[in-house]
Design a protein around this ligand. Structure first.
Ligand code: IYR
Length: 328
């Protein structure tokens, strides 16, 4: 796999294609980052962007993980002291998950976001941005129903993080895209380059296949889950024998989250995927790529129950190192 393919695989969107091509032509020493609002335990949402960071490291990038304590505070996630101590516990989980320790820099937001230069640049961006635009950027990020002034400051700080961290590429889930578009528009007003960004897809809720998987509502997989807990959640997951299920009777779109988790979590991290089956049901199946597994499910060669059994086993392998680390 060449660098461009590794960088762009499993992405929903890159902005822009040309800029990503330039980075992929010479990735050595280029820098990429993801910011995370600290929360106690790594979950499957963090793991999705972490997989992309691992791809980027394999392609030659240096990686920064921003533990965005000030952002979490602005987004009403708790007292600053609580958030701070949570942030410190997350670092080791990312390493246990598989980020290359020698090539990952962990930065606390509060280490630079409270400096005078940063604050003045932030105020300059506030002057350039309407409240309506800031609010739109936060539509899929904010917690709570109303937008607070703090949440309007939040996307401008996220934009400013990019030049302050000196990174070449900002990575995030699709829910971050409007913040990155805002960053492209406003950063030139303070003589900073419009940033290049890369967005990972949103995965549907495991239990229903509707909407997006979220740690605050619905079912999620986290590093605290035991093997049994993972097996139970996966066992209950929505998995029709197709990658393209019909909408619900109310017209709500559905995905197949079991297939999505295979595609975005399992295949990127394992060379081959083995679905174990007793001889009487045809014996083990082995897949070198996601498409072959999807095709077998659609053709009825792979039963959803067997797919789920394999998915639970691979998720357990991904989570186990972090779970052991948490238990220490
Ligand atoms: N908005 C992210 C957290 C975040 C991301 C980046 I990239 C930053 O520079 C700062 C914060 C979230 O929703 O978790």
């Amino acid at each position: 796999m060449d660098a461009h393919e590794r960088i762009t695989r499993n992405t929903a969107e890159v902005v822009t294609e040309e800029e990503i091509e330039t980075l992929a032509d010479d990735p050595d020493g280029k820098r990429a980052y993801v910011g995370y609002e600290p929360s106690g335990v790594l979950h499957i949402g963090h793991m999705l962007t972490a997989n992309k960071l691992i791809d980027l490291q394999e392609a030659g990038f240096e990686v920064t993980v921003l533990l965005a304590d000030v952002h979490a505070y602005l987004n009403d996630k708790g007292s600053f002291a609580e958030i701070r101590s949570t942030a410190e516990r997350m670092r080791d989980q990312f390493i246990a998950y598989g980020l290359d320790e020698s090539n990952t820099q962990f930065v606390l937001g509060s280490d630079f976001q409270l400096d005078e230069d940063y604050t003045l640049d932030l105020h300059a961006l506030e002057l350039e941005t309407t409240l309506a635009r800031a609010e739109r950027a936060m539509a899929e990020i904010k917690s709570g129903d109303s937008v607070k002034v703090s949440q309007a400051v939040y996307p401008l700080m996220q934009a400013l993080d990019i030049p302050y961290l000196g990174v070449d590429l900002a990575v995030g889930g699709m829910e971050q895209r409007k913040v990155h578009m805002l960053a492209r528009d406003v950063l030139p007003s303070i003589d900073r380059e419009p940033p290049t960004s890369l967005h990972t897809p949103l995965i549907a809720d495991l239990a229903t296949g509707e909407g997006k998987m979220s740690s605050s509502t619905g079912v999620t997989i986290s590093m605290e889950d035991s093997r049994e807990a993972i097996a139970e959640k996966v066992n209950k997951a929505y998995c029709p024998p197709t990658a393209d299920p019909d909408p619900t009777e109310e017209g709500v779109e559905r995905e197949n989250p079991v297939l999505q988790v295979f595609e975005y979590h399992v295949f990127p991290r394992f060379e081959t995927v083995v679905v174990e089956r007793p001889e009487e049901y045809g014996g083990d199946l082995e897949y070198a790529e996601y498409d072959a597994l999807e095709a077998d499910l659609e053709a009825g060669e792979l039963h959803p129950a067997d797919a789920k059994g394999a998915l639970a086993a691979y998720l357990d392998r991904l989570v186990a190192p972090g779970r052991e680390q948490l238990a220490e």
